[in-house]
Design a protein around this ligand. Structure first.
Ligand code: GRF
Length: 202
């Protein structure tokens, strides 16, 4: 399947997906990296890896809809079949989400449904949870609320700071996202009636 990765920043999850997809038996091809920020570090990292990297600056569009229309056109022009959001920091409208329903996943740095939204590590520390982690989920109109494909858990340790906890979670994100995408693209995880059905073990 031809995949586009949507980013806004450094793109470390994008790199982990690109690296995994280089394996000859990986069931997906990263065909495009798209950023809403022209200065996203990840764009250069994608180009260095020989992948087409495109910026569509949301600031150049007067409405969310017209920005998303441009995104959608760029994706269709390249026969993209599936989207991975990886640190993409624009909220998508229902129109876009419905168009890509069942064909778009996101990685979120918390154990959903806990800590939807931003500043997940800070909030986890504030709440005093002893485990934290990350989630790959299908995207639905409600933010960070879609059917869960995969999760990884990390401990929260006594001296953790937001930075140390974020690093520990990020390490797991880099392992989890390629695994989750593999499961989806090989048909081992599929959406059925708003839930993910697993047909095989890991
Ligand atoms: C990750 O923690 C991801 O879960 C969150 O934003 C961060 C993006 O990091 N949504 P990167 O751009 O993939 O390095």
């Amino acid at each position: 399947r031809r995949i586009a990765i949507l980013i806004s920043g450094r793109g470390s999850n994008m790199v982990s997906l690109m690296e995994a997809a280089r394996a000859h038996d990986y069931p997906a091809e990263i065909a495009l990296v798209l950023s809403n920020r022209p200065d996203a570090e990840g764009l250069d990292r994608a180009r260095d890896a020989g992948i087409e990297a495109l910026a569509i600056d949301h600031k150049a569009y007067s409405t969310r809809e017209s920005f998303e229309q441009a995104l959608d056109e760029a994706l269709h022009a390249r026969d993209i079949e599936f989207i991975c959001l990886a640190g993409f920091m624009r909220v998508l409208t229902n129109w876009f989400v419905e168009r890509w329903a069942g064909r778009m996943v996101n990685i979120h740095p918390s154990l959903l449904p806990l800590f939807r939204g931003t500043q997940t590590h800070r909030r986890a520390l504030e709440e005093g949870v002893l485990v934290h982690g990350c989630t790959v989920h299908f995207v639905v109109p409600e933010l960070d609320a879609g059917p869960i494909v995969a999760q990884a858990v990390v401990p929260v340790v006594p001296d953790d700071t937001e930075t140390s906890l974020a690093e520990r979670v990020l390490e797991q994100e880099h392992l989890l996202y390629p695994q989750a995408l593999r499961m989806i693209c090989s048909g081992r995880a599929r959406l059925d009636g708003g839930r993910v059905i697993f047909t095989d073990s890991w």
